[in-house]
Design a protein around this ligand. Structure first.
Ligand code: PAF
Length: 280
């Protein structure tokens, strides 16, 4: 596997594979885990060349401390990427991705006006800036994103549609620890106590699927909120049951054939997100 840090070296590495090759891109912020490995494996299976970007994108952080504390583990990341067969790791500097400040403003209404869009202002604008930049630099045929970031995935699909990128977006299922905790780079930041409480998020979501079969949407939302309150350590930021396509909250199960519950909760200082499918 080649590790490259500049756009010029990336282009050179890509051209060394020859013309007409299918290229898969796995955008990441590093601190790679088995969830990322599943994206890489899928890309390796489906493409001739797999590029994995490792870039902690400053423009998508609305909290300076969060950006400062975000785990950075490039050596370990490269080992994992080698092991799973990636061809190129692209780990650029901020100046390489943004030679000039990126002032582009994206509007994905109404997808970016709910949930993470409300609680992390500017976050999706930053995601769209970096992902569009990576798409322009790598020109992949396919790009791979995890379903844990459910809203991000919907927004990236919209980015592709709106700006006419000829890129297939491949969603990949959430990978979980044995106790149900969704894999996330942020899990490494959990304290021992936090790590013990974090699986209660998925446990509440999983239990709510059964509950939902005999209860209303509002009752199901309350069921999850009550489970978070009962835990005592977790602090719910939001739980919304939405139409999986429009991301707008639903009030009745009959409103959609694709219903997804999306949660953000603080586990101590660490903010975790997860989701669960009720229908679809
Ligand atoms: O999901 C992530 O890790 C990031 O938001 C992404 C897509 C790599 C953009 O920085």
């Amino acid at each position: 596997m080649k590790l490259v840090e500049t756009v010029a070296d990336l282009k050179c590495a890509l051209s060394s594979f020859g013309q007409g090759k299918k290229v898969g891109l796995v955008p990441t912020m590093g601190a790679l885990h088995d969830g990322h490995a599943s994206l890489v494996k899928r890309s390796v299976d489906e493409n001739d060349v797999t590029v994995v970007s490792v870039f902690v994108n400053p423009t998508q952080f609305n909290d300076k401390n969060d950006l400062k504390n975000y785990p950075r583990t490039l050596d370990a990341d490269c080992k994992l990427l080698e092991r799973f067969g990636a061809d190129i790791a692209f780990a650029p500097s901020v100046e390489e991705i943004y030679p000039e400040p990126d002032t582009r403003l994206f509007d994905f209404s109404p997808l970016d006006k709910v949930m993470e869009g409300v609680h992390r202002p500017g976050h999706f604008n930053g995601v769209a800036q970096v992902v569009s930049r990576l798409f322009d630099i790598v020109s992949p045929d396919r790009a791979y994103f995890g379903e844990k970031d459910f809203q991000q995935l919907a927004i990236i699909r919209e980015l592709v549609r709106k700006y006419d990128y000829h890129i297939e977006i491949r969603p990949c299922p959430i990978v979980r620890e044995a106790d149900g905790l969704a894999l996330s780079s942020r899990n490494t930041l959990l304290t021992k106590e936090g790590r013990q409480h974090a699986p209660a998020i998925h446990a509440a979501l999983a239990a709510s699927v059964d509950f939902a079969s005999t209860h209303t949407v509002a009752e199901t939302v309350r069921f999850v909120a009550d489970a978070m309150a009962k835990d005592g350590y977790l602090r719910l930021e939001y739980y919304e049951i939405v139409d999986g396509r429009t991301l707008q909250p639903i009030t009745d199960w009959t409103e959609t054939d694709y219903a997804v519950g999306c949660i953000a909760a603080y586990c101590g200082e660490i903010r975790l997100i997860d989701n669960i499918k009720y229908k679809g």
